[in-house]
Design a protein around this ligand. Structure first.
Ligand SMILES: NC(=O)c1ccc[n+]([C@@H]2O[C@H](COP(=O)([O-])OP(=O)(O)OC[C@H]3O[C@@H](n4cnc5c(N)ncnc54)[C@H](OP(=O)(O)O)[C@@H]3O)[C@@H](O)[C@H]2O)c1
Length: 238
């Protein structure tokens, strides 16, 4: 007789940027698979979709406050979680800019905002929180197919592309520095998904992307080393 499909064994994920969109949907999917979730949202006291989700999963969701661009907040989260071990750390938080804005017309402030949020800050979170990850365990970060240098034959979204390509390079450097670790590492390309960032014309619904994406993460868990994978588990060319 078949039983409910739970990942075996279910664990705890520390999910950075879980207030809405893909992050909130990932939290829901991990909960469905029997995992517990520690999810972060930005401060300000506003109720988020993660709070709504937590109400339906009594005792299985903890909500922490974090703006990934604030190093003091990253350090404070590290202190609050001291002594805990997570089976997976996944940094989902990210931003975009006006997709038509080229490198010729972006302001320096806007360039810095996107690069700091999408490239530096996810890596700073990983550097600061990585010792909370079990060994073996997994460290993942939300990249994008737009971060692939080889696949960029169309241009557009230049600043965003650059920020995710930089993230990919920085994660490869991190992996090189931790060569030989038993931990799995992944840069994830979720597909073009209808969220606030992806917009209404995106190819995929959240339901078409996230359950697949979570299955890819779960099957990557036992495979040490870094891979750049899409939501169907296909390798994305660097
Ligand atoms: N949707 C797509 O088609 C697509 C495709 C490829 C990659 N991605 C990537 O997937 C990730 C999630 O995208 P999404 O489509 O779900 O976008 P979204 O709906 O705009 O959600 C973005 C998430 O990132 C959080 N965030 C942004 N800046 C942050 C910061 N400084 N500190 C902490 N959290 C921050 C947001 O929190 P608040 O609620 O506080 O703003 C929100 O939870 C991003 O990394 C994005 O680049 C998306």
């Amino acid at each position: 007789m078949s039983t409910a499909v739970l990942s075996d064994p279910a664990g705890t994920i520390l999910l950075i940027g879980a207030s809405r969109g893909l992050g909130q949907a990932m939290a829901a999917e991990f909960l469905k698979k029997g995992w517990n979730v520690v999810g972060t949202v930005r401060g300000g006291g506003t109720r988020t979709m993660l709070h709504d989700l937590a109400d339906g999963f009594e005792g299985r969701v903890e909500i922490e406050i974090l703006d990934i661009c604030e190093p003091d907040q990253v350090a404070a989260l590290r202190d609050r979680l001291s002594g805990r071990k997570f089976d997976m750390l996944f940094v989902n938080a990210g931003v975009t800019n006006n997709e038509k804005e080229t490198i010729a017309d972006v302001t320096t402030d806007e360039f810095v905002r996107v690069m700091v949020t999408n490239s530096l800050s996810p890596m700073r979170v990983i550097e600061t929180l990585q010792d909370l990850v079990a060994t073996p365990g997994m460290i993942g970060v939300m990249s994008s197919g737009q971060g692939s240098i080889s696949n960029n034959e169309t241009g557009l979204r230049e600043v965003y592309r650059g920020s995710k390509a930089a993230l990919n390079m920085l994660m490869r450097s991190f992996a090189a520095r931790h060569a030989g670790t038993s931990r799995a590492m992944v840069l994830m390309a979720p597909g073009w998904v209808r969220t606030e960032m992806g917009g209404p014309d995106a190819r995929l619904s959240i339901e078409e992307s996230v359950p697949n994406l979570v299955n890819v993460l779960l099957s990557k868990q036992a495979k040490p080393g870094l891979e750049y994978l899409d939501y169907l588990g296909r390798t994305v060319p660097w």
